[in-house]
Design a protein around this ligand. Structure first.
Ligand code: G6P
Length: 612
C-alpha cells in the first residue's frame, strides 16, 4: 500500500527519503516519486514506474538535493500505473503533495478546479488536493492555513504531506483514516512518515497523529491542531523497534526469515501471559475485568490471513471454551447491518491494525451494542489497538513479507490465550485449563522441530513448480489451515489454489481432480482423521496426486500417487493448527522461488490495505 516519507533539515535529505522508501517497500507498491526543494529554491520532481531502484536510476541520471523533501510509493487506486499518476503531484510550480488514501468527492472538486482554470496532469484523485491548496495560497493564505482550510473540503481517507516552494520553512501534514507519524529529529530536523519503520535510522521518538489532525512541521517546532481546530499536543513515544529488526540478514527473502522466526515470535507472544497453569487475564488491559464476565458470544471480524486465524479461533472458543462464535470478513460485515445478540464480544484480528475494512468494522461495532470490543494485533501504536476497549498484542515483531506468516501463527497463540481467559471466567475445571496452558507452551518447540522438514519440503516443491492449479483439503480446524496454505500458494507463486473442507469434495471440486491437479491434505491425528482418509481415497480413485502432511500414527502410508510428509509426533488438537501451518508456508515459499516470482512483494498485493 502507498508509503509516505518527508523531511525538513539543514542538510540534504534526498538519501533519507530514498532509504525511507526502501524501508516501506514491503508494503507493496507500483511506482515512486520524490520532490525536493533545492538550495536555489527550485522545486525538483523525479518519478518512476516500478521499484525504488528505478527512481534511484532517475536520480543518478538527473541528481537533485535539498533540505526539504517528500517521497512516496504508490499503489494504484484511481488511474493506471504511469509516471504521470505517480506522486508527488505539483500545482502552480510551487505546491508539491503526496497522499495515501482515497478522496471520495474528487470528481466534484475536479470540476470546480477545472472551472477555475486548473489543468489536470494525472487521472488521480490526489491531484485535486494539490490544486485546492494552491488555490488557497494564491488567495494570500500561508501554507498551514491553506491546508487547514483545504482538508475541510475533502471527504474520504487521507494522509497528506505537502510543501510550498515559496515557504521553505515548513512541511504541512494532515490525516483521516490513514496513518501518519511525526519523527522528532535532533539538531533542527524533523520527519514524517506513514510508518515508523521508514524513519528508524533517523529517530526513535515519534508523535502519532490522531484522526483529523493537521500539523505544521518546522525544523525546530511542531504545531498540531485537532479535528475541532484546537491546538493540541500529542504524546511522544519512544520506539523499541531497532532499525535492523527489518533487515533480511542471511535469508534470501523476508518471508523465509519470518517463517524461521516463528519459534521465537511464538515464545515472545506467550511469555509473561501464559503462567504455567493459567492465562493472566490482565494482559487484555484494564477493561478485561469489567467486560469478560459479561461475554456470552464472540463475533470475530478480520481480513485475509487474519480472517483465517479467526476461523481457527472459532474451534478454540466453541470446542475449548464452549462459547458460541461467528466469524466474518470485515468488508462484508461493515455493510451488513448485523443484529447483535446481547452479551456478544466484538473481536477484530489484524496484523497491522490499520486495515481499512477492519477498522471501519470496529467503528461500526462500537455503535451496535456489543458488551465490548477487543483487538488482536501486532502493532501497539495502531488505530485498531487505540480504538478497541481491550487488546491482546501478538509479539511477532515487524513483518515485512506481504504474505503473512509469523503474524498468523502468533495470532493463533493469542487467540488460544483469549479462549483460555474466557474459559477461566466461565469457571472451567482448573485441571483442563492447566492442560491447555501446558500444550500451548509447547508450541514454540514443536514449530522448531517442524522447520527441520524444510529440505524435504523443498524437494516436494519441485513437483508443483509447473502446475497451474492445486487443491488443499482439511477437516475441522485443519480446514482453515488448508485455506491459509492455499492463500499462501496463490499469493506468492500465482498458482491457482483452492481449499475445501474435505467432506465437501464430492459436492463439486472432485470434478477437477486429475493427474495434473496436486491435492495437498492436512492430516493431524484427531477425531476426523478416519473421515479424512476416506476423502483421500476419493481423490486417489480419480487419479489425483496426493501430498499429505500426516501425523506419524495416522496410518497413511506412501504409495503410488500418495506422498506423505511425517509431522512431529504427539501434536494435540490445540497445537495442530499452529504446527501444520508451517510446512504449508514453506511449500508456498519454495514453489514461488522455483517459479522466480517476487516472493516478498507479489504482484498486485499490498502488505497493509489502508483503502477500502
Ligand atoms: C493484506 C495482506 C494480507 C493480510 C490482510 C489483512 O491483504 O496482504 O497478508 O492478511 O491484508 O491485514 P491485517 O493487517 O489486517 O492482518
Amino acid at each position: 500500500m502507498c508509503g509516505i516519507v518527508g523531511a525538513i533539515a539543514a542538510r540534504d535529505v534526498s538519501s533519507i527519503l530514498i532509504d525511507g522508501l526502501h524501508r516501506l517497500e514491503y508494503r507493496g507498491y507500483d511506482s515512486t516519486g520524490i520532490a525536493l526543494l533545492d538550495e536555489d529554491g527550485e522545486l525538483q520532481l523525479r518519478r518512476a514506474v516500478g521499484k525504488v531502484v528505478r527512481l534511484e536510476e532517475r536520480l543518478r541520471a538527473a541528481p537533485c538535493h535539498g533540505p526539504i523533501g517528500i517521497a512516496h510509493s504508490r499503489w494504484a487506486t484511481h488511474g493506471g500505473v504511469t509516471e504521470a499518476n505517480a506522486h508527488p503531484h505539483v500545482s502552480g510550480g510551487r505546491i508539491a503533495l503526496i497522499h495515501n488514501g482515497i478522496i471520495e468527492n474528487y470528481v466534484e472538486l475536479r470540476s470546480e478546479l477545472q472551472a477555475k482554470g486548473y489543468h489536470f496532469a494525472s487521472e488521480t484523485d490526489t491531484e485535486v488536493i494539490a490544486h485546492l491548496i494552491h488555490e488557497l495560497v494564491k488567495q494570500g493564505n500561508d501554507l498551514t492555513t491553506a491546508v487547514r482550510q483545504a482538508v475541510r473540503r475533502l471527504t474520504g481517507a487521507y494522509a497528506i504531506v505537502v510543501f510550498d516552494a515559496q515557504e521553505p520553512d515548513r512541511i504541512c501534514v494532515a490525516r483521516i483514516a490513514s496513518p501518519l507519524v511525526i519523527g522528532l529529529g535532533k539538531d533542527g530536523e524533523n520527519f514524517v512518515a506513514s510508518d515508523v519503520q521508514a524513519l528508524l535510522t533517523e529517530t526513535r521518538r515519534f508523535q502519532f497523529l490522531e484522526e483529523g489532525d493537521v500539523a505544521e512541521i518546522r525544523r525546530d517546532a511542531i504545531t498540531i491542531w485537532d479535528q475541532s481546530d484546537a491546538e493540541v499536543s500529542r504524546p511522544v513515544h519512544e520506539s523499541s523497534l531497532s532499525a535492523d529488526a527489518v533487515e533480511r540478514g542471511e535469508y534470501a527473502h523476508y518471508m523465509l526469515k519470518e517463517i524461521y522466526e516463528q519459534p521465537r515470535a511464538l515464545a515472545d507472544t506467550l511469555s509473561e501471559r501464559l503462567l504455567g497453569d493459567h492465562v493472566l487475564e490482565a494482559v487484555l488491559g484494564p477493561a478485561a475485568g469489567r467486560i469478560l464476565p459479561l461475554v456470552q458470544n464472540v463475533h470475530i471480524v478480520a481480513c485475509g490471513t487474519s480472517f483465517h486465524a479467526g476461523l481457527v479461533a472459532r474451534y478454540y472458543l466453541e470446542q475449548g471454551a464452549r462459547i458460541p462464535c461467528s466469524v466474518e470478513v470485515a468488508s462484508e460485515y461493515r455493510y451488513r447491518d448485523p443484529v447483535v445478540t446481547p452479551g456478544t464480544l466484538f473481536l477484530a484480528i489484524s496484523q497491522s491494525g490499520e486495515t481499512a475494512d477492519t477498522l471501519a468494522a470496529l467503528r461500526e461495532a462500537r455503535r451496535l451494542g456489543y458488551v465490548g470490543t477487543c483487538a488482536i494485533c501486532n502493532v501497539a501504536e495502531s488505530s485498531l489497538v487505540r480504538e478497541a476497549d481491550m487488546a491482546l498484542m501478538t509479539r511477532a515483531g515487524p513483518e515485512v513479507g506481504v504474505a503473512s506468516t509469523k503474524a498468523f501463527t502468533t495470532q493463533l497463540a493469542a487467540l488460544g490465550m483469549l479462549g483460555l481467559a474466557i474459559a477461566q471466567r466461565r469457571g472451567f475445571d482448573r485441571r483442563t485449563i492447566a492442560l491447555y496452558a501446558r500444550q500451548m507452551a509447547q508450541v514454540p518447540t514443536l514449530v522448531e522441530h517442524t522447520l527441520k522438514l524444510d529440505p524435504q519440503i523443498r524437494q516436494w516443491a519441485t513437483r508443483f513448480a509447473d502446475k497451474q492449479h492445486a487443491l488443499f483439503l482439511g477437516r475441522g480446524p485443519s480446514y482453515p489451515v488448508a485455506l491459509e496454505g492455499a492463500l499462501k500458494l496463490k499469493e506468492i507463486s500465482y498458482i491457482h489454489a483452492e481449499a475445501y473442507p474435505a467432506g465437501e469434495l464430492k459436492h463439486g471440486p472432485l470434478a477437477l481432480v486429475d493427474a495434473e491437479m496436486p491435492v495437498i491434505a492436512v492430516a493431524p491425528n484427531n477425531a476426523l482423521l478416519e473421515k479424512l482418509k476416506s476423502n483421500l481415497q476419493e481423490v486417489r480413485a480419480r487419479g489425483g496426486q496426493l501430498f499429505v502432511f500426516a501425523d506419524p500414527n495416522a496410518g497413511i502410508e506412501p504409495a503410488d500417487g500418495i506422498d506423505v510428509m511425517t509431522m512431529p509426533d504427539h501434536i494435540e488438537a490445540l497445537q495442530a493448527p499452529l504446527v501444520y501451518t508451517v510446512p504449508l508456508q514453506l511449500l508456498a515459499y519454495h514453489v514461488a522461488v522455483l517459479r522466480g516470482t517476487d516472493v516478498d512483494q507479489p504482484r498486485n498485493l499490498a502488505k497493509s490495505v489502508t483503502v477500502e
